[in-house]
Design a protein around this ligand. Sequence first.
Ligand code: IPE
Ligand code: IPE
Ligand code: MG
Length: 255
Amino acid sequence: MNTRQVMELWKAWKADGVENPETLPKHVAIIMDGNGRWARKHRLAVSRGHRQGTEALREIIRHTDDLGIGALSLYAFSTENWNRPQEEVAALMQLILDFFASEIDELDEKNVRILILGDKGALPEKQRETLIEAERRTAGNTGLRLNIAVNYGSRAELARAARLIAEEVRDGRLRPEEIGEETVAGHLYTAGQPDVDLLIRTSGEMRLSNFLLYQNAYAEFVFPEVLWPDFTVAEYDRCLEIFAGRNRRYGGRQA
Ligand code: IPE
Ligand code: IPE
Ligand code: MG
């Protein structure tokens, strides 16, 4: 998509009576849910559902980049997902390797900067090395910030931030009375990035499941019914249109 096509999108939204047709989010977060139900629906193994999910993922990353949205955070594997059957966890771990093997060249070429949210230390060695390498290779890029949450839990992230801040206080680099909201934000994995503007969770579930609790404080939530492997660019545009029609007040009283 180019600038002209973005303008076309906005014109269409305006024609639909959307309130703020030029408003694109700066940061989109997506809980990619419904792979298991998609597999069941098609009488396929759950691992096939996850694989199909990565196909949707490719298109959504590309479209986010085309639209010029600054940051995209994707929930790929939660700290609670370790509780799934061992076979399924193994399939998801394999998909991580496959995804980076097939996508890293194009992402790097497109100037995408990859950041992994979550504790890489607890991952199997191959996965850990792949993720560290993807971050290292794209660290100097200045385009779309692609945050991929792997072994991520928001409560663990907040506990980690508290630990890092406590260490600075202990070492005399920070005084307790200096600790403010920015201090907390600055010790999250997403430090330096804008808050989430739009949170999308597919498959009709309406919960956060421990994803970016702090960063979603004033996010707009959209819950499309569609299962993640069926989530298309058209569905994504519809979510963006809904976002553009929302009236964000942040506790104030502006119209
Ligand atoms: C989301 O799909 C992907 C991951 C959690 C990795 P699910 O596997 O949770 O799909 P459902 O919720 O069972 O349909
Ligand atoms: C959240 O989905 C995690 C990911 C999408 C990676 P889950 O399917 O694991 O969440 P719950 O169990 O329905 O809350
Ligand atoms: Mg699920």
